[in-house]
Design a protein around this ligand. Structure first.
Ligand code: ZN
Length: 613
């Protein structure tokens, strides 16, 4: 008890004088039975469990609640107070990677990445913390300004503000990827083949709790005294604790605006790769893949680290999250069950906040592990789902007898691309998209290889071919094109002088604002003036003629001909025979009507023309 009292005083004395609105308690206690964890995890923020010893954090109200339980508790020194933490305001000196940056140096280092490598790096401010600091994420990719058909990968760190090793690893990883691009083939391949987002510090208020110029008073929680890794909505949408914090909302909004298919979130205080789920002992459908990919990281960290590195929680360096200790409201679970991602938690140093001088060592321990892990995002099934014209489709991809709601993946609507990481084997993917029957596609996944597939929905029959003579033609479409835009339909047709109907015109030689005929329609005919003969070929599904009525006004109408085959004029126009006065095609009255041609039709009153099939 006396020891507890002395340590408590020490802890209180170490608090910053300026921002001490709440106390951070770090302590340990012994369980009688591990089942007690289920209740405890909702009262305090459990940080580690070693045997029956539980290491945990609490703010004032959590501490008051916990004390009622009567555990014999040992207050521990603040993790941020264990080692001297050299903080440096010079970006150049921080790039020796043996000092922690001040907040201003951190922000200018991040912005410097984008200004030094504008073609490879953008800095995104994804949101503002409770105390007004920026949550910065670097996007790294070739053609960084363009969203390409590449997997979106997210690495983040230090949502617990006093777990700083991952923060420094992320900064140095960004710097290395950018500075070695074009020189190191592995790094170049990573930058070329994915859209990599790296958020080095997602809780800067915690890290800089003692002010912008020191990390010495770093805290686990955010400025409001909330553990951000207990602050995400649960799988059923419920909240584990009070309001969603600004840092949490910013990361959720950012993730919701992207399709992150692969990633890791770095922590400290242990050395282990923790894979889903954290809240339930039920296994993720891709448990085997999570295990094998986590082992890729851990085995490389063990091979490059000192003896015992990545063995503190398990000898192979990986653990199922709930098996270690279950938490609710965690970021990893949210990213995986709400966003169908593949995110793991990487605890990269037993010491939460090691001396800055040891950061180069941690870089050496983790460098190969980080690269090998990132390269796994390039394996697995890389699919594209498109319609018959190549337009990307929103689709859901699931594996019957394997997946559940939380493991199926979706395409990114921008390019229709999806990524499915699987253990080697043969699988039947069921691809579902609105408006089509689902398709089953068999894929074989091989270790260390990418399996590309394209899934096409719908079919295009023979394209409609329309012969154009030099001079004036009357034409119409009887297929539904991928694009109705006049320029798209006439793309590649040289010799077009003008296309027009009764009201609108398009002339390639004219400035854009004179071209009022932006789109063609299947229910109209068009005048086309050509300087030379050509064949207009239009890809598209046939128009359902009998289901496409055409409204006519009294007098002359320039109409399309929709049936797939030629018909006698009287047969084709039977639906308007009571009102039909005259039919004209280039100055004469046609006996038959043919696909591809447009016709002037004169009727005595407004009526509806419906062609037979
Ligand atoms: Zn943590």
């Amino acid at each position: 008890m006396k020891q507890l009292l002395i340590l408590t005083i020490l802890v209180l004395l170490s608090l910053p004088l300026v921002a001490g609105e709440w106390t951070q308690y770090y302590f340990r206690f012994e369980l009688l039975d591990k089942s007690e964890l289920q209740n405890l995890t909702r009262i305090v923020s459990i940080d580690n469990v070693k045997g029956n010893w539980v290491y945990a954090y609490a703010n004032d109200s959590e501490w008051a609640e916990f004390r009622k339980l009567g555990y014999n508790t040992q207050i521990l020194p603040d993790p941020a107070s264990l080692y001297p933490h050299k903080t440096n305001g010079s970006v150049n000196e921080v790039k020796a990677w043996d000092s922690y940056p001040t907040y201003d140096a951190y922000v200018s280092m991040m912005n410097g990445f984008a200004s030094d490598y504008p073609g490879l790096c953008q800095i995104i401010n994804v949101g503002t913390t409770a105390n007004g600091r920026a949550i910065l994420v670097a996007k790294i990719s070739d053609n960084v300004a363009t969203e390409e058909k590449e997997p979106e990968v997210l690495l983040t760190s230090t949502m617990h503000g006093d777990e700083t090793t991952g923060w420094m690893l992320m900064l140095r990883l960004i710097d290395t990827l950018l500075s070695q691009y074009g020189t190191d083939p592995r790094l170049t391949n990573i930058v070329n083949s994915m859209e990599l987002y790296i958020g080095p510090n997602t809780n800067p208020d915690g890290t800089y709790y003692g002010g912008n110029n020191t990390v010495s008073n770093a805290r686990r929680y955010n400025a409001n005294g909330v553990d951000l890794n207990r602050n995400y909505p649960n799988y059923d949408g419920s909240l584990n604790q009070g309001a969603i914090q600004p840092e949490t909302q910013a990361m959720m909004d950012f993730a919701n605006a992207h399709s992150f298919v692969f990633g890791a979130n770095y922590h400290g205080g242990a050395e282990v790769v923790n894979y889903p789920w954290d809240y339930t002992y039920t296994r993720h459908p891709d448990d085997a893949w999570f295990l094998s990919s986590s082992l890729v990281y851990a085995s490389n960290a063990q091979a490059n680290g000192p003896s015992g590195y990545f063995t503190g929680i398990s000898s192979n360096g990986v653990t199922n999250g709930a098996d270690w200790y279950s938490i609710a409201g965690g970021r990893q679970d949210w990213m995986n069950y709400t966003r169908n991602g593949r995110e793991v938690t990487i605890e990269c140093s037993n010491t939460k906040m090691p001396a800055a001088s040891t950061m180069p060592n941690y870089w050496n321990y983790n460098y190969e592990a980080m690269l090998s892990y990132l390269e796994l995002a390039l394996d697995g099934v890389h699919g594209t789902v498109v319609d018959a014209w190549g337009n990307p489709l929103a689709a859901t991809i699931s594996i019957s007898g394997h997946d559940n709601t939380y493991s199926m993946v979706e395409t990114d609507a921008t390019h229709g691309d999806f990524y499915r990481y699987l253990q080697p084997g043969t699988y039947t993917l069921t691809v579902t998209t609105p408006g089509y029957d689902p398709q089953n596609v068999q894929v074989t996944v091989t270790a260390g290889q990418m399996t590309p597939i394209t899934v096409v929905f719908g079919e295009i029959d023979q394209p409609q071919e329309i012969s154009l003579n030099a001079g004036w033609n009357l034409i119409s479409l009887n297929v539904v094109p991928a694009s109705y835009a006049t320029e798209d339909i006439f793309q590649g047709i040289s010799g077009l002088i003008q296309i027009k109907n009764a009201a609108y015109s398009h002339m390639p030689s004219m400035a854009a604002h004179f071209n009022t005929l932006g789109n063609l329609a299947v229910n109209e005919g068009y005048w086309v003036n050509m300087s030379a003969p050509a064949t207009l070929s239009v890809d598209g599904n046939p128009v359902d003629a009998s289901a496409t009525p055409i409204s006519l006004k009294a007098g002359w109408n320039l109409v399309s001909y929709l049936p797939a085959t030629a018909k006698a004029t009287a047969t084709a126009l039977a639906s308007i025979s009571p009102y039909l006065q005259q039919v004209d095609y280039l100055g004469s009255s046609p006996a038959t009507m043919e696909p591809g041609k447009g016709y002037w039709v004169k009727v005595s009153q407004a009526c509806t023309l419906t062609y037979p099939e």
